[in-house]
Design a protein around this ligand. Structure first.
Ligand code: PMT
Length: 312
């Protein structure tokens, strides 16, 4: 009896590739090939929310809360830790380095002099710190953007496949907030939905979980870290462990929507209990970001994984 295609394959058959796909995949491939030759570690960081369009000519779409804080902050810490970073992010969500200026008015930070403009005295130090970091790391940072769920999944698949060449040097850090429900292109109206049609009922299909093919087929030797988001703390550890058992990847970081900036739990396949990372009052006073501690922790785990792979 002929076997049915797995649902993830059907998803890619039914949803077209994003624009500029081939150009972006070439950029990703170049980074991976170059890093493989130099034996550099590469982190793919996914960041921000995915949209789910309701119309093919999209006027309306379903979105989610993610601002890309986790991903953009983590990208900076992975760069500090010596990784090359592929930053796959939702267009117009927070980006490494420039995130420090979001919500600020640039015109309040500059001084206009007769023949040139300059940064005002009181902003010199903070801008210099960020600008110097950006200048130092920008050659190790490739930024690729997406909007829709389908764009994201196409780029995730391609990036993971291109990272295969890196074997255990590759680290995937899946911090994007990925929709679990969508409308297949074939079921989407071509034009704007008219309100004259009365109240709107939507039927959304389940998005296949892409962690399964990612871990087994696309990047089987990579160190894969996924995030588990919950709103009920009592479910967090169980759900994170279930995810690890189901997909057999390396680490699940559990976080609760309202406390995600100060508290996360890490579960891995090697230990039965979860490790907690929680910011202290003094961390908060000193402007420590939880992502710095997450990345520090993962760097050590990834080093061990790499050492085991080399000798294993
Ligand atoms: O951006 P911020 O505002 O800083 O918020 C950060 C965050 C809360 C979004 C981030 O820390 C986080 O938790 N991201 C994962 C959110 C999520 O998609 O959780 P989930 O429980 O729905 O999915 C679990 C895992 O399955 C995720 O790693 C996801 O990449 C993966 N997945 C999800 C859907 C899908 N169809 N296939 C998948 O493989």
């Amino acid at each position: 009896m002929a076997q049915e295609d797995p649902s993830w394959k059907t998803f890619f058959e039914e949803n077209p590739k994003p624009t500029n796909f081939d150009k972006n995949v070439k950029l990703i491939q170049d980074v991976c090939q170059h890093a493989a030759v130099k034996k550099n570690r590469v982190a793919l960081i996914t960041s921000g929310g995915t949209t789910v369009p309701l119309e093919q000519n999209t006027v309306r779409f379903i979105d989610n809360f993610s601002a890309g804080t986790r991903g953009s902050a983590s990208a900076e810490y992975f760069l500090d830790a010596g990784y090359q970073v592929i930053f796959l992010h939702r267009s117009k969500s927070l980006e490494p380095y420039s995130r420090h200026l979001v919500g600020r008015n640039i015109f309040d930070m500059i001084e206009v002099l007769p023949d040139h403009i300059t940064v005002g005295d009181k902003h010199q130090i903070e801008l210099r710190v960020v600008a110097e970091k950006y200048q130092r790391h920008k050659c190790n940072l490739l930024m690729i953007s997406f909007n829709t769920l389908a764009d994201y999944l196409w780029l995730l698949q391609a990036t993971a496949q291109k990272m295969q060449i890196l074997g255990p040097l590759a680290l995937l850090y899946l911090a994007a907030a990925v929709s679990d429900f969508y409308i297949p292109t074939s079921q989407m109206p071509h034009h704007k939905i008219q309100s004259s049609g009365g109240p709107l009922s939507l039927s959304l299909q389940l998005v296949p979980k892409m962690l399964a093919p990612l871990v087994t087929l696309w990047a089987p030797n990579a160190f894969v870290v996924s995030f588990k988001l919950e709103t009920n703390e009592t479910l967090l550890e169980t759900k994170s462990k279930e995810s690890l058992l189901k997909y057999h990847h390396n680490v699940v970081i559990g976080n609760i929507l309202n406390s995600r900036k100060v508290y996360v739990t890490l579960v891995d396949s090697a230990s039965s209990s979860a490790e907690e990372i929680r910011l202290s009052a003094s961390d908060l006073e000193n402007g420590v970001e939880i992502e710095s501690k997450i990345v520090e922790n993962l760097k050590i785990r990834h080093e061990k994984y790499y050492a085991n792979h080399k000798t294993g």
